[in-house]
Write a protein that binds this ligand. Structure first.
Ligand code: NAI
Length: 554
């Protein structure tokens, strides 16, 4: 049989399941909320306790159990088990309690889950595309039970958050990210596909662990690796031709090249670079509302010159150019310190992606000396080095600036360059602070500070929604710039007053809808949309949003 030309087959959606099979279908299952009429019609009588519960009562039960758990990891397992049983209820719980749930289903807790993936494993979720299955990737994709995949998040697990190579355990990230697409932007869960490309792991500890679930071999590299990724992308084109492919947590040795290779050929983006860049740029726009300055006048110093840092730098440069700066002048406003010191022209050890920020200037061996030499107005940590912003660093920023901008973006919390409390304490309460993972509110000098989380969840779900709604062929930097401006415009004066440079996460569905409309608008303007421009773009976007409520089944 020629599988390349065969369409996807989804027997259970031709004939909806009944009875026990229905209770085991997480997309259709309602548990105790099946009405008596549905129980009769669908062969469920007796298979459920007699009382019919509302979804609100079910949410109460989930929350009680969730909150009684001792550790965040147990809470994660609890929620993932719910996702396996009843997706509607899971998304209702998450959407209605987003601030409480996000740190569990995503960073920081998801990092622990990835590290213990083989030990926590209960049921498979997502698609595992192994190097051992090369040559038949399209066949694997056809095994996926849902035909209308619109968003794929794929990782190879090599750089999971700031935790390094997690091998096949990296699957926690696509699973988590896609649940955020649904919770934050209402992408239909049946249209989401998490993918783990398993090409081995350099982590000897995992390879020696009897419970490790991936290939126990060093990572495939070079041309063979590229060919494997290409096979995957081409298979997606055959089986799910309308899908957006989001690259996630690839190591930077591969991430930059893959993005360059594919961004103009398929509908794709890299959230670590482009999503992070947009959320950080939005944070800077808000910070500048507090300082009253212009973006093009900032001197921005990055600690870490990897995917996140260079991605942020590139978007800042294009935003400065929109304010009238030249590309050269804008680049000279962005400086990077990596593990060998300040990135300058004289260095001979620089990777390709850093060269455009290697300025003709004297070197500096470390962060502190770079701060003294450059007097930056903003310091952005994307280094994965915990505590790299020590007391002297923050004090220096506070000496040089009335309102120093300090973003400690490395994830998870254990890798953050400093805590919110440290930034506020060491700057005498003057820092404009944001972090990658959330910190609780803190009281410094009698003032309560609620710091913002530069959380990509503000951006990528809305971008994905705009792409899905407009059927955009590509995802462009102009879309991310539009997303950043939209996000910044939604920050309220009351947010800024308490030190928060992002809107409350509780508004994330509204935020995603607005970003989706802005992104779709760019797709229409730039001739990238696959549908006719409707009169009402926001209405088109909202009509693509799935809400977690039970539909009547008969
Ligand atoms: P990466 O591996 O591409 O880059 C890390 C960079 O840090 C490299 O340039 C490396 O040379 C540098 N570095 C390592 N040790 C250093 C040291 N001692 N001093 C100075 N620089 C050092 O990783 P990527 O993707 O750039 O991510 C970095 C961090 O940013 C991660 O912790 C990640 O979780 C976080 N991140 C946060 C986001 C957010 O908050 N929205 C989004 C994306 C990433």
């Amino acid at each position: 049989m020629n599988t390349a030309t065969k369409g996807p087959q989804h027997p259970q959606h031709v004939l909806p399941p009944r009875g026990a099979a229905l209770l085991h279908d997480p997309i259709l299952n309602k548990g105790t909320a099946f009405t008596l009429a549905e129980r009769d019609a669908l062969g469920l009588r007796g298979l459920l306790p007699p009382h019919v519960h509302t979804i609100e009562e079910q949410v109460t039960r989930v929350l009680q159990n969730f909150r009684s758990k001792q550790t965040d990891l147990e809470r994660y397992i609890h929620l993932l088990s719910l996702l396996d049983r009843n997706e509607t209820l899971f998304y209702r719980v998450v959407a209605d309690h987003i601030e409480e749930m996000l740190p569990i289903i995503y960073t920081p807790t998801v990092g622990q889950a990835c590290q213990q993936w083989g030990h926590l494993f209960r049921r498979p979720r997502g698609l595992y595309v192994s190097w051992a299955d090369r040559g038949r990737v399209a066949e694997l994709l056809r095994n996926w039970p849902h035909p209308e995949v619109r968003v794929i998040v794929v990782t190879d697990g090599e750089r999971i958050l700031g935790l390094g190579d997690q091998g096949v355990g990296g699957m926690g990230i696509p699973v988590g990210k896609l649940s955020l697409y649904t919770a934050c932007a209402g992408i239909d869960p049946a249209q989401c596909l998490p993918v783990m490309l398993d090409v081995g792991t350099e982590n000897q500890g995992y390879r020696d662990d009897p419970l490790y679930m991936g290939l126990r071999q060093p990572r495939v590299r070079g041309a063979e690796y590229d060919a494997f990724v290409a096979e995957f992308i081409e298979a997606v084109g055959q089986v799910f031709p309308r899908a957006l492919v989001q690259f996630e947590d690839f190591a930077n040795v591969n991430a930059f090249r893959l993005l360059e290779q594919w961004r103009d050929r398929i509908c794709t983006f890299n959230d670590d670079m482009q999503g992070t860049a947009a959320v950080t740029l939005a944070g800077l726009y808000s910070a500048l509302r507090l300082t009253g300055q212009k973006l093009r006048d900032q001197t921005i110093l990055f600690l870490g010159a990897g995917e996140a840092g260079v991605g942020i730098g590139d978007l800042i440069v294009s935003a400065m150019v929109e304010e009238g700066a030249t590309v050269e002048a804008a680049r000279r406003r962005c400086w990077f310190v990596d593990s060998h010191g300040l990135v300058v022209k004289a260095r001979r050890d620089l990777a390709e992606h850093k060269l455009r920020y290697a300025h003709d200037a004297p070197g500096a061996p470390d962060l502190r000396s770079a701060i003294e030499a450059l007097a930056p107005t903003a310091l952005i940590g994307v280094s994965t080095v915990a505590r790299a912003f020590d007391k002297q660093v923050v004090e220096a920023m506070a000496r040089l600036n009335e309102r120093p901008i300090v973003f400690a973006l490395s994830n998870p919390t254990s890798k953050s360059e400093c805590t919110a409390e440290e930034a506020y304490t060491w700057s005498g309460g003057r820092a404009i602070f944001a972090s990658g993972s959330p910190f609780p509110p803190c009281v410094v000098g009698g003032t309560t500070f609620v710091s913002g989380q530069g959380n990509n969840s503000y951006i990528f779900p809305g971008v994905g929604l705009g792409v899905v709604a407009s059927r955009a062929r590509h995802v462009t930097d102009r879309m991310f710039a539009a997303a950043a401006r939209t996000l910044a415009s939604l920050v309220l004066p009351s947010d800024l007053e308490m030190g928060r440079i992002y809107p409350a996460l509780t508004r994330v569905r509204e935020i995603s809808a607005r970003i989706g409309a802005a992104v779709a608008e760019v797709a229409f303007q730039d001739g990238l949309a696959g549908v006719e421009r409707p009169k009402d773009v926001p209405a088109l976007v909202e009509s693509n949003m799935w809400t977690p409520r039970y539909r009547e089944l008969r």
